[in-house]
Design a protein around this ligand. Structure first.
Ligand SMILES: Nc1nc2c(ncn2[C@@H]2O[C@H](COP(=O)(O)OP(=O)(O)OP(=O)(O)O)[C@@H](O)[C@H]2O)c(=O)[nH]1
Ligand SMILES: [Mg+2]
Ligand SMILES: [Zn+2]
Ligand SMILES: [Zn+2]
Length: 416
């Protein structure tokens, strides 16, 4: 049975039971009258007072027909079902709890929610745009994977982001806070080869749900509250940490050629502590109070750290991905390198906070751009375009933990 999680209200439901929305298309059959719009108060209530009265009138919602034994019934989303009133088939499924429309292929596979958090200007939007591009090209090739944006809003946003970053070489604007309207989730279908036990093969599809929240909305327990349902439904969390926010990194960096250091934002240990408190309050805590949600902590902008790194540091090159397998020894090398850097930075306070709060923790280092933005044009990408390093690692780790990727295990006996 396929379980889907609504990417708007995060209610879980069986795909086969999701209601449909009639599209009110004329049937073309003489005498067949199309359905008219109806007030959707459930949806309007969920969206809040910002929805104008005219937008509340939407296609009527009707329940999925019940089929005994679940055989031959409406599968996930793909198939269309005729509206009981006008008889015209519709493929549109809606969430039973909030009546948000789901992209037509959303319900065909299980969904995994990956939460992306980090202080303002830690690099979330740049990271998300570059990650999608890498998954579509270099990383997708290595794993024979493909990533498809689902639904118009994700497709539109990806197109605009890619044009800005890769063609116009413009960095994303600051993300608008949720108070100015809820940002839509980013929805993708990730397809990976599945090796059958008996040598058979096929393709396994997974829905990935991301949110690119504004840093302001994560700066403090109260602001974060808006994202509680999303964070507590997450299968994995990627916490982005801007090293340029850490006092000892700022002090140690040589007077550099890049743009001036960013203004000081919410400390990453504050975000980690608030996040852990939210998750614990929603039952994601475990014995000894540590949170069970897997946590990928990624230090961003590693291009700026070059002067502080050994020339052989694993942070300076991409993971191998040889033979389409995720290399756990390589992950551990990065993890250990970052643990040792973080022990040193700001007296290890971020590291201690994370160790106390999270049971499943792995550290990563990445650079979305590969080089600092030009000094004279801080809102631009480097002249050569983004040349990312290790952007895919946190997501691949989270997927590999869920058994979605082949893994080349690290040698036994190595420290974790
Ligand atoms: N050196 C370097 N700077 C980066 C990199 N990625 C992002 N930046 C810088 O960080 C700034 C903020 O990046 P965003 O991606 O907008 O950050 P954000 O976390 O989405 O910020 P909010 O939306 O305001 O929360 C960019 O304008 C760049 O100046 C990188 O890979 N290397
Ligand atoms: Mg942003
Ligand atoms: Zn919903
Ligand atoms: Zn109808």
């Amino acid at each position: 049975m396929t379980t889907v999680i609504c990417p708007y209200c995060f209610t879980r439901a069986s795909a086969a039971r999701l209601p449909y929305r009639c599209l009110m298309t004329p049937s073309g059959v003489r005498g067949g009258a199309p359905c008219g719009p109806e007030r959707d108060d459930l949806w309007a209530g969920f969206m809040g007072p910002g929805v104008p009265p005219s937008a509340r009138m939407r296609g009527p919602v009707f329940p999925a027909a019940r089929r005994l034994g679940g055989l031959g019934g409406p599968a996930g989303g793909g198939s269309s079902v005729p509206c009981p009133d006008c008889g015209v088939p519709t493929p549109v499924r809606v969430c039973d709890s909030c009546h948000s429309d789901l992209p037509s292929d959303y319900c065909d596979q299980d969904s995994r929610i990956i939460a992306l958090v980090g202080a303002k200007a830690s690099g979330k939007s740049t990271y998300a745009a570059v990650l999608v591009n890498e998954l579509n090209h270099r990383v997708g090739q290595a794993y024979h994977a493909s990533l498809a944006a689902m639904g118009q809003s994700t497709q539109q946003r990806d197109k605009e982001m890619a044009e800005d970053l890769y063609e116009r070489l413009r960095l994303p604007d600051a993300t608008r806070p949720a108070a100015l309207g809820f940002n839509d989730p980013l929805l993708y279908r990730l397809s990976l080869p599945r090796k059958g036990l008996l040598g058979g093969s096929g393709t396994r599809h997974t829905t990935l749900v991301f949110f690119d929240a504004a840093g302001e909305d994560l700066a403090g327990a109260e602001a974060m509250h808006r994202y509680t349902r999303y964070l507590s439904a997450a299968d994995g969390i990627i916490l982005l940490v801007d090293p340029l926010q850490l006092g000892s990194v700022r002090d140690r960096l040589p007077v550099h050629e890049g743009p001036p250091l960013p203004v000081v934002e919410t400390a990453p240990q504050q975000i980690a502590a608030d996040l852990a408190a939210q998750l614990r309050a929603h039952g994601r805590g475990r014995t000894r109070g540590r949170v069970s949600t897997p946590m990928a902590v990624a230090v961003t902008k590693t291009d700026m750290l070059r002067p502080l790194l050994d020339p052989h540091s694993p942070l300076l090159r991409n993971a191998p991905h040889s033979a389409g397998a995720y290399d756990d020894a390589d992950r551990l090398a990065v993890h250990e390198e970052l643990r040792s850097l973080l022990t040193d930075w700001d007296a290890g306070s971020l590291l201690r906070q994370l160790d106390l709060d999270f049971a499943e923790l792995s550290f990563f280092g990445l650079s979305a751009l590969g080089a600092p933005p030009p000094r004279d044009a801080p809102a631009d990408a480097p002249k050569s375009g983004p040349q990312p390093v290790r952007v895919e690692d946190p997501l691949l780790w989270l997927l590999s933990r869920r058994g979605l990727l082949p893994v080349r295990a690290a040698e036994k006996g190595r420290a974790r």
